[in-house]
Design a protein around this ligand. Structure first.
Ligand code: PLP
Length: 809
C-alpha cells in the first residue's frame, strides 16, 4: 500500500466547537451511542479517539515524509516501556488540552471524571523501561525517524498493595476495558520459530526446521513529538497461536481445555512482564519472549527497509538498531541467520553488515545482573542460533588470540561461552562483539564499565566505548507533572520555549534575587504538597521513590528514621522541624530481603503514627503502587531527593534528575548521575555523604569489612538496630537487621554515620528558608543538561549518525 494515500487530508478543527462536533460524531459512529445514554467509559473512549484523530493525521504526514526521505532510521529494541498515561500527554501534544475540556463541559460531561478513566500501560519495571519511553519522546520531538519495538504484555507490572504492611501483588490486566490508543496491524503479522533442528540443503545452506511456530501480531501506539508535526510509533508484539493451533476435533469431543492447549501455550509468550529488574529468573519463557521480540522486529525492520531499498549493502546505512540492555541481543545472531541462511550472503559480508547495524546500551554494573543463558536451554529453543553464536565466538576468539598471544585467561574471560561452573551464553559479551558502539548511561558508569566489567573488551576496542548520560522528558516530568511550576517558569522567563530547550532554565538564576518570584516558587511547592495530600505541607518532604533493592539502600533511610524517632523519644519537647518521609516503590515478588524492608518501613510508620510524642515531628508515608502516574504526583511535592545507593552500584538513575528538575535538593552519594547533578547544580546545593567508589571497593577488599565493628562503635546505630532486633516495631523486620549485621553487602553500616550527619546538615539548611529557596531554584535552573533531548542528540551525533526529517503540511 502506498503510504502517501493519506496526504491531503482536511485538518481537523482547532476550536472547542469543532472538537465538540468531533466528539459527538465519534460517540455516535465509533461507540454507537449519544451523549444522553453514554457511560463514562463511552465518553472516555470517545475523548481518546477524538484526540487520537488529531495525531493520526500528523502520523500519516510523518509516514509520508519519512517514506519520501528514505532516511537512516533508529530502531529502538526494548523488552520494556513505561510509557505513562497517554491521554493527558496526547492532549498536550495535539494542542487540544484546553478545547477538549471546554467541549466536554459543553456536552455536560465532567472532564476530570472522564479523564480519570485513562490508565497507565505498565509494560516495564522501572528505570530501564522509563528511559526507553523518554528517548522515544525526545526522538519524536527532535524529528528523528524512529520506531520503538517491544512486547505487548497482557499483564503489565503487577499492582502493589499492602496487607498488614507486607507487599502483595495483583495482576495488572491493563487492556481489560480495551485500549483506545492502539492501532492493530494484523497485516504485518510475523511468523516465529522455536525448537526443532537444523539441516543442510542441497546448496549447503543451513535450514532451521522448527518444532513450534507462533504468530506475532503487532499493534502500535503513537509517539508524538512536542512542538513539531512528527509522530513516530512504538510497535508492540503479541503472541498468537497459528490457525492450526486450535484443535476442532478435540473441541467437538468436549475436550475444551485440550483443544486450546497449543494456542494457550503460544499466547503465554506475551502473557506477562517479568517483574524483576536486575536478576534473571532463568526461565525458558523469558528467553522465548526475548527471541519473540527480536524475530518479529527484525522481520518488520527488513520489510520496512525493502519499501525503498533493494541492496543489502545499504542496510546499515539506512538502519541503526539500538539494543536497550542485553534483553534483545538475540537480534545479532538472528540478523546473521536471516542474511546467511535466508538471503544467501557470505558470512564475512553478513557479519560486517550486522556489526555496523547494532549498538548496545549497558545498564548495570552488578555482575549478577549480567544476563547469561544455559547452553542446553539455548540449544533446545534456538538450535540454529547456537551454531551461529559458536561461529561468531570462534572467529572472535581468533582475533583475541592474534592480539594477545598466549593469554589464555583473557580468552576465557572474553569468550561468549562461559565454561565453568556450567556452560552458559554470555549475552553482554555477545552484545559487545556484535555491535559498533557500546555505551554506559552516566560518566562514572561508562568509566567503570571500561575499567572493570568490560575491561578486556575496552582493551581490544577502545573506540567502541562511549558514554551517553541518561536524560528525562521535560514534557512528561515537568510540563505535565508540574503545571503550576511550569507556568511560573514560563512567566519568569517570558516564554515557554524552555520546554524544548531545557538549557534555557539557566535564565532562572537571575530570578533568585527576585523576592516575589521566590515567594511564588515556595507557594507552588506548597500547593503541590497539598495536591499530593500526604503529610503536613509545611514539613520537609523527604522522598525516596524507586524500585526496592538492597543496593539502593532504602534500609539506610530507614535507619535514619529510627534514629530520629529515638532522638525525639529521648528528648521530647525540643523544637524539631517536622519532616515527612515518603517512600514509594515495588520489590520483585521473589526478592525476600527487599520485601522485609518494605514491611519494616510500614511497621515503623505505624509505630510513629501511634506515638503522640513523635508524630507531630515525624511522619512516614508509603503510598502503594509506584508508577509513572504516582511519581508525577510526588515529584513536584518533594523538597529532598534521596539518592543514597552504594557508590559504584547505580548505573545512572533518572529519578534523581526528575526530582532535581522539580526543585528538590539531593542528599546523595557519588554514584551514577548524582555526580553529574552535583557538578552542575553546585556542591552548595547538594548534600553529599558516604564512601566514594574507590573507598567502597577498598573496604570490601579481601573480605575485611566487618559491619559489626560499626555497630559496636556507634551508639545511635546500635540502638537503632537493637530496637529492630528487640521487636519494637510490631515485631517485624529482624531479617533486615540480621542481614546488616551479617554480611551487609552494600556497606549500609559503613555509611550510616556520614549519612546521619549529612541529614543534620539538611535540617540546618531547611531551617534557613531563604537559602533553601535559592538552592531549590538553582537545582531547577541548572538541570537543563538532563533533558532526554540532550541524551538523544548525544546518541545521534556519537553513535547513530542520523539526521532529522522535517514533516511538512
Ligand atoms: C524514573 C522512574 C524510575 C527510575 O527511578 P530511579 O530512582 O532512577 O531508580 C522507576 N520507576 C518509575 C515509575 C519511574 O518513573
Amino acid at each position: 500500500m502506498d503510504v502517501r494515500n493519506g496526504m491531503g487530508l482536511r485538518p481537523l478543527g482547532t476550536s472547542a466547537a469543532e472538537f465538540e462536533q468531533d466528539l459527538l460524531s465519534n460517540l455516535y459512529y465509533r461507540r454507537g451511542t449519544t451523549v444522553e445514554s453514554a457511560s463514562t467509559q463511552d465518553a472516555y473512549e470517545t475523548l481518546a479517539l477524538t484526540v487520537r484523530d488529531r495525531l493520526a493525521e500528523r502520523r500519516v504526514r510523518t509516514a509520508a515524509a519519512h517514506y519520501a526521505a528514505n532516511p537512516r532510521w533508529v530502531y529502538y529494541l526494548s523488552a520494556e516501556y513505561l510509557l505513562g498515561k497517554q491521554l493527558e500527554q496526547n492532549m498536550l501534544y495535539s494542542g487540544t488540552d484546553r478545547i477538549a475540556r471546554v467541549a466536554m463541559k459543553q456536552l455536560g460531561l465532567d472532564p476530570d471524571e472522564v479523564e480519570g478513566l485513562d490508565i497507565e500501560p505498565g509494560l516495564g519495571n522501572g528505570g530501564l523501561g522509563r528511559l526507553a519511553a523518554c528517548l522515544l519522546d525526545a526522538m519524536a520531538t527532535l524529528d528523528i525517524p524512529a520506531v520503538g519495538y517491544g512486547i505487548r504484555y497482557d499483564l503489565g507490572i503487577f499492582k502493589q498493595a499492602f496487607k498488614d504492611g507486607a507487599q502483595v501483588e495483583k495482576p495488572d490486566d491493563w487492556t481489560y476495558q480495551g485500549n483506545p490508543w492502539e492501532f492493530p496491524a494484523p497485516d504485518d503479522q510475523q511468523t516465529v520459530f522455536f525448537y526443532g533442528h537444523t539441516e543442510r540443503d542441497e546448496n549447503g545452506r543451513t535450514q532451521w526446521i522448527p518444532g513450534e511456530i507462533v504468530l506475532g501480531e503487532p499493534s502500535h501506539m503513537l509517539v508524538p513529538g512536542h512542538g513539531t508535526d512528527t509522530v513516530n510509533i512504538v510497535r508492540l508484539w503479541r503472541a498468537r497461536g497459528s490457525e492450526s493451533s486450535f484443535d476442532l476435533s478435540r473441541f467437538s469431543a468436549g475436550q475444551y481445555a485440550e483443544a486450546v492447549d497449543e494456542a494457550v501455550h503460544a499466547e503465554n509468550i506475551s502473557k506477562v512482564l517479568y517483574p524483576d529488574d536486575s536478576t534473571e529468573l532463568g526461565r525458558e519463557l523469558r528467553l522465548k519472549q526475548q527471541y519473540f521480540l527480536v524475530s518479529c522486529s527484525l522481520r518488520d525492520i527488513i520489510r520496512r527497509f525493502r519499501l525503498r531499498n533493494t541492496d543489502w549493502a545499504e542496510f546499515p546505512k539506512k538502519t541503526v538498531i539500538q539494543l536497550n540492555d542485553t534483553h534483545p541481543t538475540l537480534a545479532i545472531p538472528e540478523l546473521m541467520r536471516l542474511l546467511v541462511d535466508e538471503e544467501g550472503l557470505g558470512w564475512d559480508l553478513a557479519w560486517a553488515l550486522t556489526k555496523q547495524t547494532f549498538a548496545y546500551t549497558c545498564h548495570t554494573l552488578l555482575p549478577e545482573a549480567l544476563e547469561t543463558w544455559p547452553v542446553h536451554m539455548f540449544e533446545r529453543l534456538l538450535p540454529r542460533h547456537l551454531e551461529i553464536v559458536y561461529e561468531i565466538n570462534e572467529r572472535f576468539l581468533a582475533e583475541v588470540r592474534d592480539r594477545f598471544p598466549g593469554d589464555v585467561d583473557r580468552l576465557r574471560r572474553m569468550s561468549i561461552i562461559q565454561e565453568e561452573p556450567e556452560r552458559r551464553v554470555r549475552m553482554a559479551n555477545l552484545a559487545v562483539v556484535g555491535t559498533q558502539a557500546v555505551n554506559g548511561v552516566a560518566e562514572l558508569h561508562s568509566q567503570l564499565l571500561a575499567e572493570t566489567t568490560l575491561r578486556d573488551f575496552a582493551d581490544l576496542w577502545p573506540t567502541k566505548f562511549h558514554n551517553v548520560t541518561n536524560g528525562i522528558s521535560p514534557r512528561r516530568f515537568i510540563k505535565l507533572a508540574n503545571p503550576t511550576l511550569s507556568s511560573l517558569i514560563t512567566e519568569g522567563l517570558g516564554s515557554d520555549a524552555w520546554i524544548n530547550d531545557l538549557d534555557q532554565l539557566t535564565g532562572l538564576e537571575r530570578l533568585t534575587g527576585d523576592a516575589a518570584f521566590r515567594e511564588k516558587w515556595r507557594a507552588v511547592k506548597r500547593a503541590n504538597k497539598v495536591r499530593l495530600g500526604l503529610g503536613d505541607p509545611d514539613s520537609l518532604t523527604d522522598v525516596m521513590i524507586k524500585r526496592f533493592h538492597e543496593y539502593k539502600r532504602q534500609q539506610l533511610n530507614l535507619l535514619h528514621i529510627i534514629t530520629l524517632y529515638q532522638r525525639i523519644k529521648a528528648s521530647p519537647g525540643r523544637a524539631y522541624a517536622p519532616r515527612t518521609v515518603l517512600f514509594a516503590g515495588k520489590a520483585a515478588p521473589a526478592y525476600h530481603a527487599a520485601k522485609h524492608i518494605i514491611r519494616l518501613i510500614n511497621a515503623v510508620a505505624a509505630v510513629i503514627d501511634a506515638d503522640p510524642a513523635v508524630s507531630p515531628y515525624l511522619k512516614v508515608v508509603f503510598p502503594p503502587n509506584y508508577n509513572v502516574t504516582l511519581g508525577s504526583l510526588i515529584i513536584p511535592a518533594a523538597d529532598l531527593s534521596e539518592q543514597i545507593s552504594l557508590a559504584g552500584k547505580e548505573a545512572s538513575g533518572t529519578g534523581n534528575m526528575k526530582l532535581a528538575l522539580n526543585g528538590a535538593l539531593t542528599i546523595g552519594t557519588l554514584d551514577g548521575a548524582n555526580i553529574e547533578i552535583r557538578d552542575r547544580v553546585g556542591a552548595d546545593n547538594f548534600f553529599l555523604f558516604g564512601l566514594d567508589t574507590p573507598a567502597a571497593l577498598e573496604l570490601r577488599h579481601g573480605g575485611a569489612y566487618q559491619p559489626r565493628a560499626f555497630y559496636e562503635q556507634d551508639e545511635e546505630l546500635r540502638s537503632a538496630l537493637d530496637a529492630i532486633l528487640d521487636g519494637k516495631f510490631l515485631g517485624v523486620g529482624r531479617e533486615v537487621a540480621e542481614s546488616l549485621l551479617g554480611r551487609d553487602e552494600y556497606l549500609t553500616l559503613a555509611d550510616y554515620r556520614s549519612y546521619i550527619d549529612c541529614q543534620e546538615q539538611v535540617e540546618k539548611a531547611w531551617a534557613d528558608t531563604e537559602q533553601w529557596t535559592t538552592s531549590s531554584i538553582l537545582n531547577t535552573a541548572r538541570s537543563g543538561f538532563f533533558s532526554a533531548d540532550r541524551t538523544v542528540r548525544d546518541y545521534a551525533a556519537g553513535i547513530w549518525h542520523v539526521s532529522p526529517v522535517q514533516v511538512t503540511r
